[in-house]
Design a binder for this molecule. Sequence first.
Ligand code: 13P
Ligand code: MG
Ligand code: MG
Length: 388
Amino acid sequence: MRMTLSVIKADVGSIGGHTQPSAAMIATVREEVKAAMAKGLLIDGFVSHTGDDICITMSHEQGENDPDVHQFAWQSFLKATAVAAEAGLYGAGQDLLVDAPSGNLRGAGPAVAELTFDHNPVKTNKVRASESFCVFAADKCGPGAYNLPMFLAFADPMYCAGLMLPKLTKGFRFTIVDMDNTDGDSVIELNAPEDYYQLAALLRDNERFGISAIHARTYDGQPAASISTQRLHNIAGTYTGKDDPIALVRNQGIFPAPEEMLSPFAKAHFVGGDARGSHVMPLMPVALNTAVTGMYCLPLVSCVGFSLNGVGRFSEMHVDFFDNPAWDAVRLRAQEKGMEMRSQGWSGAAMLPYTELEYGGFRDTVEGLLKRFRFTPGKPKVEAKDGQ
Ligand code: 13P
Ligand code: MG
Ligand code: MG
């Protein structure tokens, strides 16, 4: 069967500030998923949250960008918004940026990641004898948060030793989006390993360039990963909330194993985001359904893993990759890195540069002050020294 996995995530309201959605909101979305499965639109669905964002992971045969699947997610988020609004929660409907998207949800606010592939998980299938995948969801951070970890997992044998095996040694093709181009889709495809340095040259800029897809370079270009790359302020024209990207990644066999994909997250690398979407702080790996209550709303990332059976149902249990004492040491390091950065407050590298400052208000303050600068035309004269 031709299987599509769709992950759609949105912040539609949260309790006591931008912390986590309410149980009633989650229950509402779960009911919707149940009904969509009963109707046959979805084969399976799983609802979770990371910080204040509700994430719906779905399997179906409708293909990518399917209006029915996307509209289903939109309507579910609208119902959760109504629950949030009724309870007086913060930011009800925050990420639903357009009135009524006609077709698919790309560019409408919610984060979207989708993968489509032939699904025939039998022992004799040489490419995918079984299908396993994971979903990363990040809160309080910018769209390029996965650039470094995905690059390391899919291009660097220091992190993914599997790249040295015959079935992976041909490497992967990266599709990278220039998120500054708001008139349309501006993408480039680069191959690892040959374009390793060019990839690094683009991916170092997490605010402008983001990996949107990764494909195997053998096995008929099997899709490996799909990552939501969009900047909410480009859609809304102003700051409405942080981008909080999701990533859907197939694993094992011809793709990196979970540990090869997860180990780069042990860096707790610095990303743009955090308070008012305007700071530079470490990305902390957390268990699924974690609320944002920590110091200065540290950027968070969760990772849930599933297997898919022959008819596209999710394994009845999921694995919560970062919910393990092994990650406590990383969390501690993330806190320490965060406190170190916070100790310099607003100065220099602790906050995003002016061009990236997400919070319209910061820019307004600077704009207002720029108007008050006194300017004297003419360059200051430099007296030439005798004999020069
Ligand atoms: P969210 O996008 O998660 O609501 O974060 C917004 C923010 O500004 C944090 O201070
Ligand atoms: Mg929010
Ligand atoms: Mg959020």
